[in-house]
Design a protein around this ligand. Structure first.
Ligand code: FAD
Length: 385
């Protein structure tokens, strides 16, 4: 059956639908899991390549797809399906904007603790597929940890649910873990179920500007402090500039606990609002992410010849620059300390985005199992998967 015959809304694509310079032929706008499956079955029959899209804020991240015939736009799948407030669980369609989700949960005094900043238009599915971690991942874990169930549609149109009835080609795989950070290369996330948290009674930030050389020791002391911060972040807007440090406490007696953290830092102010940079992606044409053991914070601060922002206690920093990123030198320095560097966004197509990935063999086998025809966003991911 052709795309025109399946009864799903499909329109001609234009320049505005390009995925990193690759203009698809059609945009499909499914309204249900079954419609996604119908689109993918039709694409499989005609060997059409597909890229899923949510709020389209990060379609320019990762490499360009080798080919893209159909942009599978999830904007019409924007329903909040079920909020079991008593169980602290929510189930939503993948196209639901994160802002709408946050507003609905806040009405009931709850939140999804992912720190997606408001106003960007990110969707549930895009947030999972891009897999960024925010400041409070230190306390609550990442999207991967907060995701408790997922419904996906594979390249051949098979609908698979984690924890659901066993589907032959995905038996034994943890779908939620695989699809988080998959950039649309394994299939389409159709629905997601998350674990929630009650909105905390209070929040306070300690904001300071410690001596750059002291940041690793201060961060390590904060990480184990009795006042139990939910997050500790640093921001260095210029390579050779000062480092701002902010720590967040949430819950009861937030003011007193923040004061206790301020004493550990040795300076700073306690505020009820985060600093403007908190949880935001730092500006710059090229953006890379370093992940590393927290003990390597000092080495990462030294090796990064860029602006940076992120968590010394979770071992995760975003590095941003408008200049050329010396990625191989940086990667070598971070890898020496047990970390790794991934280039998330760059105008330079020759950059080695991923570096050596030890699990590449496993990832190839997963791709082969889920998408043997290489039609889901081919070439966008590690090793050209
Ligand atoms: C802690 C944190 C901080 C953030 N800070 C910022 C910030 O400062 N600025 C900012 O702009 N954004 C920020 N974000 C938002 C986030 O980075 C992206 O906007 C969001 O993850 C992408 O959502 P999207 O719906 O726009 O996805 P898109 O841009 O549409 O897609 C992103 C990728 O996911 C794939 N994809 C999308 N939907 C699906 C699906 N249903 N199934 C499979 N694959 C899919 C696409 O193919 C693409 O590869 C932050 C997020 C977090 C968690």
């Amino acid at each position: 059956m052709t795309l025109a015959q399946i009864g799903v809304d499909v329109r001609q694509a234009g320049q505005g639908d390009a995925v990193r310079g690759v203009v698809p032929r059609w945009v499909a706008l499914p309204t249900s899991v079954e419609e996604i499956a119908a689109v993918l079955r039709a694409c499989a029959e005609q060997d059409l390549a597909v890229t899923p899209a949510g709020g389209r804020t990060k379609l320019g991240w990762a490499a360009s797809p080798e080919r893209c015939d159909v942009l599978l736009d999830l904007s019409r799948m924007d329903a909040l399906l079920e909020h079991a407030a008593g169980d602290l669980v929510v189930r939503a369609q993948a196209g639901l904007p994160m802002d709408a989700l946050a507003a609905a949960l806040a009405d009931k005094g709850q939140e999804l603790a992912l720190d997606v900043p408001p106003g960007w238009g990110a969707t549930v599915g895009g947030t999972l597929a891009a897999g960024l971690a925010g400041p409070r991942a230190f306390r609550y874990g990442t999207a991967r940890d907060l995701l408790i169930g997922v419904t996906v549609v594979l390249a051949d149109g098979t609908i698979a649910r984690s924890g659901g009835k066993v589907v032959k080609n995905v038996a034994g795989y943890d779908l939620g873990k695989l699809f988080t950070g998959s950039y649309g290369t394994l299939g389409v996330i159709a629905e997601a179920t998350f674990r929630l948290h009650p909105l905390p009674a209070g929040r306070r930030w300690v904001v300071a500007e410690p001596d750059a050389a002291e940041v690793p020791a201060v961060a390590a002391a904060l990480a184990t402090a009795q006042a139990e911060p939910s997050a500790v972040e640093v921001d260095r807007p210029r390579q050779d500039g000062p480092v701002a440090l902010a720590a967040l406490v949430e819950g009861t007696a937030a003011e007193a606990r923040a004061e206790a953290l301020r004493e550990i830092v040795g300076s700073g102010t306690v505020t009820a609002e985060p600093p403007a940079w908190w949880g935001r992606i730092p500006p710059g044409e090229t953006l890379a992410e370093a992940r590393f053991p927290p003990a390597a914070t000092g080495a990462v601060l030294e090796a990064a010849g860029t602006a940076l922002r992120g968590s010394p206690v979770s071992g995760r920093m975003l590095l941003a620059t408008d200049e050329r990123l010396g990625v191989s030198t940086l990667r070598k320095a971070v890898e020496e300390h047990g970390g790794r560097v991934v280039v998330l966004r760059t105008p330079d197509d020759d950059v080695d985005r991923w570096g050596q990935v030890s699990a590449l063999g496993l990832m190839r086998r997963v791709k082969e199992r889920f998408d043997p025809g290489r039609r889901m966003s081919p070439g966008r991911f590690v090793g050209g998967l």
